[in-house]
Ligand binder design. Structure first.
Ligand code: KG4
Ligand code: ZN
Length: 383
């Protein structure tokens, strides 16, 4: 353990969705490089990720991205202690590019390969900083909310036996339909805003009145595969997306949305303050109300679960964790309850490979390596 803590250089590779990413992390905490080739511009024209295009871009990007990560870290391939790669969940063809590359590299170098669950990666994005400072959470259980474009999950995390850093997870809540980030993206698309929609709504919500439109979340029917008890902390975001659509239709906002879409297509350099001045009050209020309702729902479910399971702290990660209102409200609510809450830095909230290298760290220490038979696991679950 001591040997790795001084050296412990892991190259992380992530290609589960629309970012080709590579990073070198030392000791699971010290980020030496974190390179991301984003495909956002490519997929923006379609308002969402096109799987075939994503795979092709990963193929194009993987070699230069890994090279850039090694160069920026100032590390030679021969100095690595392991190669870590996202095994799943994600798009099959996208995952495959990272996995084949990582396997080949590890084999060629004679280094161990570590397979990482993308969702656990998001949790380790929060833990990197703690590990670097030497203040990893010591009290369990913890509750982790992973909230992104593809996922909305609540995990109860316990330390492994003997306080080991390999944690055990129990999935105590998840979305039964859309992920929260997906709702952000779809509502933004409806309103003629850019892709991804989360950052646009985050910015524009500041200009509206969150109390203007009342959205309500109806009770969620228990999943067919689970008891009512075990689905108490589930989420549903497709209803609010439909409610926004209905509001737009009944208030005749369609034409203004199309004009906004055309304007942004014509002038992609426009930033949110300019867009805000060109946007009517009703739309700004709708945006603020949508965000207020989504964040409020995430907050209520998370803290209800935190209370039910008597957790000792809350971790929030994934793309939507970059949201400023979410951070402010979670921080205030946690303080009110005297509960520690932690987020990754905004840049590590969205997909990156540093979190994959960090999540590989405890596995490397425990000698938990992937074998040659490892394949992409698009539906991989955590807990
Ligand atoms: O974690 P991530 O990069 O990819 C997935 O694993 O899904 O998350 C991307 C999602 C997108 O839906 C994007 O709209 C959302 O995170 N997002 C945000 C913000 N930044 C990104 N949502 C709300 N507020 C933000 N500031
Ligand atoms: Zn993600």
């Amino acid at each position: 353990m001591a040997l790795y803590a001084q050296t412990g250089l892991v190259l992380g590779i992530e290609s589960s969705c629309d970012e080709t990413a590579a990073a070198v992390v030392r000791g699971g905490g010290e980020m030496l490089s974190n390179v991301i080739a984003s495909q956002v511009a490519l997929h923006a024209a379609y308002g969402g990720v096109v799987p075939e295009l994503a795979s092709r871009e990963h193929l194009r990007n993987i070699v230069p991205v890994v090279q850039a990560a090694m160069n920026q870290a100032g590390v030679r391939l021969s100095e690595l202690d392991a190669v870590a790669v996202t095994e799943g969940p994600g798009l099959a063809g996208a995952l495959l590019v990272g996995i084949v590359y990582a396997k080949t590299l590890a084999f060629g170098l004679g280094k161990p390969l570590v397979a990482v669950n993308h969702l656990e990666g998001h949790i380790h994005a929060v833990l990197m900083e703690a590990r670097r400072k030497g203040d990893m959470p010591a009290e369990f259980p913890l509750l982790a909310l992973v909230v992104s474009g593809g996922h909305t999950h609540l995990y109860l995390a316990e330390a492994g036996t003997g306080g080991a850093e390999i944690w055990r997870y129990r999935n105590v809540g998840r979305t039964v339909d859309d992920a929260a980030g997906e709702a952000y993206d779809k509502v933004a698309k409806l309103l003629g805003l850019g892709y991804p929609g989360g950052p646009w709504i985050d910015e524009l919500a500041r200009y509206g009145d969150a109390g203007a439109v009342k959205f309500q979340f109806n009770p969620i029917k228990p999943r067919p595969d689970a008891s009512a008890e075990s689905t108490r902390f589930d989420f549903s975001f497709s209803g609010i997306k439909t409610a926004v659509l209905r509001y737009v239709q009944t208030h005749g906002m369609g034409d203004a949305n199309e004009r906004r879409r055309a304007l942004l297509a014509q002038s992609p350099e426009l930033k949110s303050p300019q867009v805000a001045t060109l946007t009517d009050e009703r739309t700004l209020n709708l945006i603020a109300s949508f965000q207020g309702a989504v964040v409020g729902n995430l907050l209520r479910q998370t803290f209800a679960a935190a209370e039910a399971f008597g957790v000792r702290g809350v971790l929030v990660s994934g793309g939507v964790a970059a949201n400023r209102e979410l951070r402010a409200r979670f921080t205030a609510e946690a303080a009110r309850r005297g509960l520690p809450v932690a987020f990754p830095g905004p840049a590590l909230s969205t997909d990156n490979a540093a979190m994959i290298a960090a999540a590989a760290w405890p596995k490397l220490l425990a000698g938990e390596f992937a074998d040659d038979a490892m394949v992409a696991a698009p539906q991989l679950r955590l807990g």
